[in-house]
Ligand binder design. Structure first.
Ligand code: AMP
Ligand code: MG
Length: 520
């Protein structure tokens, strides 16, 4: 096997580490990481790998299928240059400071640099306990690993910033989980995903030293992060922290506009699950909006307060940025110095959201009056129970000289609300068609542009669940089918049209298809 992976493990070279190499649960002070060895698994098997991530890392199919690579991706052995560690971070969970959290079941394999000089951290999720595992097992189940593997790849190809997934490995071991937290633990197959990102650094990495009053460690981590992860950032020396934080605010704003345009609900937007690069990170009880519902949350733990529901995500991201600002304020003479950057978050989010929806609706540019048009549409989609993905995709097919609601029928979930809202929907389509006629754009170019803004295929919750059900029986074909189709989410793929269908009735209330618990 020729391994082309070239490691340059700067995080552990440049930042202070923990002197204890055991995985005993503990509080780790004065260090950004702990050395930790993955726990070997019995019978690893490569279930899937992403061809595009493979290529990004300068790897090829033959290498991915080699025994040495499988051993590395399972946590059973290291490749030359790899170093294994877990990082230390804290976070606000559901609005409360939760103290030290850290990589409880994510173990880094190091940082590689590809032939173009691009840096990637590699991380095994589910490779055994670390000092941050508290009393959990450090493992991951197959169902949640399939969900993370497929969704990170689907998001990337939708154009949404995200961490990536190189591989999905079955461990050949069982993991015990109480999926509904109702005292009925069962054995489930275990798995390990190898995640890949320029960095997995989170807001919580900065919050923890700040909360502990460790100014020196915070300063070192900030200096390191700006140098390694933001090399193109331009700033006057005295403006450095503000310029960096502003960049994080802008990236986060763009990410939120993406989630709101594709109908993605993260489900656990705690500050430890927020990437400083503005990437979607930590796929847990996430979900895709089927029938448009601003209050929908896929996470059963969030059902009571709906803190992390679809419509609240942009506001929560801002709240999380405020917590990061609180942490960074320790390094500034005036604690309010970062508030301008938060205003920038609001501005960029508004601009990006409007641009995204202008594209979805086929407008050349966003007009002031379009906000009211869109609000009315959201309200109708919600009450008439209309599928978000299908509706926007089908909208390109509307005859704007004779707009009839025929196109909408296909996207409705239930006959009764659809009937009740038929008249206002028809009126809305008339207004919308009139708005499009004003622009006098060539229909063919408008339709092509709309099809590039409105995906045909997203990883609907029920599709992921079907792939999981089959994989648990040993059949991984649907994982591969989804991986292939979701690489071109904006193109009609006629052999796979069933994957564009709205959620079937049987999936409306089935666990995994509608809501999920955090148990993964
Ligand atoms: P999450 O809400 O999944 O992002 O996880 C929150 C924290 O719990 C992080 O510190 C995780 O590393 C940790 N964690 C979650 N599941 C496990 C597990 N099975 N074993 C060890 N740590 C875990
Ligand atoms: Mg997490």
């Amino acid at each position: 096997m020729t391994t082309l992976l070239n490691f340059d493990n700067r995080f552990i070279k440049d930042l202070p580490g923990d002197s204890d190499a055991s995985n005993t649960p503990r509080q780790v002070f004065g260090a950004c990481w702990s050395p930790v060895t993955p726990t070997a698994v019995a019978a690893p098997r490569l279930l899937a790998c992403s061809p595009t991530v493979t290529a990004d890392l300068d790897l090829d199919e033959q290498t991915m299928n080699s025994p040495e690579m499988l051993a590395a991706l399972a946590g059973n052995a290291l490749l030359p240059g790899m170093a294994t560690y877990a990082t230390c971070y804290g976070g606000h969970q559901f609005g409360q400071w939760a103290g030290q959290l850290g990589d409880g079941r994510a173990i880094f394999l190091g940082e590689t640099v590809n032939r173009h000089g691009q840096r990637f951290e590699l991380q095994l999720k589910g490779a055994g306990p670390t000092p941050y595992a508290r009393h959990a097992d450090g493992r991951a189940v197959l169902r949640s690993s399939i969900r993370e593997f497929l969704c990170s790849e689907a998001m990337h190809h939708l154009g949404v910033p995200t961490t990536r997934a190189l591989s999905l490995v079955g461990t050949g071991e069982q993991v015990v989980r109480d999926m509904f937290y109702d005292g009925h633990p069962v054995n489930e197959p275990g798995a390990i995903v190898c995640r890949v990102a320029p960095t997995f650094t989170r807001f919580g990495h900065f919050e923890l030293p700040a909360a502990r009053g460790d100014r020196a460690l915070l300063q070192r981590l900030v200096d390191f992060t700006i140098a390694r992860d933001f090399p193109t950032l331009r700033f006057a020396p005295e403006q450095r922290l503000l310029a960096w934080f502003t960049d994080i605010c802008e990236r986060t704003a763009r990410l939120m506009a993406h989630w709101m345009r594709v109908g993605f609900v993260h489900g656990v937007m705690n500050t430890d699950n927020m990437s400083i690069l503005g990437l979607t990170i930590d796929y847990g009880p996430y979900g895709w909006v089927d029938n448009f519902d601003p209050g929908w949350t896929p996470n059963t733990t969030d059902a009571a307060t709906r803190r992390y529901c679809f419509a609240r995500q942009p506001g929560i991201a801002r709240w999380n940025l405020e917590r990061l600002a609180d942490a960074l304020a320790m390094l500034l003479p005036n604690p309010n110095d970062l508030s301008g950057a938060l205003d920038r978050y609001d501005e960029v989010y508004a601009t990006e959201f409007c641009a995204a929806y202008a594209a979805k609706l086929g407008f050349v540019a966003w007009h002031h009056d379009d906000a009211e048009l869109l609000e009315t549409l959201f309200d109708l989609m919600w009450h008439a129970e209309i599928d978000m993905t299908l509706f926007f995709r089908d909208l390109a097919g509307l005859d704007i000289d004779n707009p009839t609601p025929v196109i909408v029928q296909d996207a409705c979930y239930r006959a009764d609300p659809a009937r009740r809202f038929a008249a206002p929907l028809s009126q809305w389509l008339q207004r919308y068609a009139a708005r499009l006629r004003q622009e006098q754009r060539e229909p063919a170019s408008r339709i092509a542009a709309m099809n590039e803004a409105n995906p045909r295929y997203v990883l609907r919750n029920y599709l992921a669940q079907q792939a999981i059900d089959l994989a648990e029986q040993g059949d991984t074909r649907m994982i591969h089918q989804l991986l292939t189709v979701l690489r071109r989410p904006y193109d009609v793929q006629s052999d796979h049209e069933t994957l564009a269908a709205k959620r079937p009735d049987w999936a409306r209330h089935r666990a995994g298809c509608s809501t999920l618990s955090c148990s993964s």
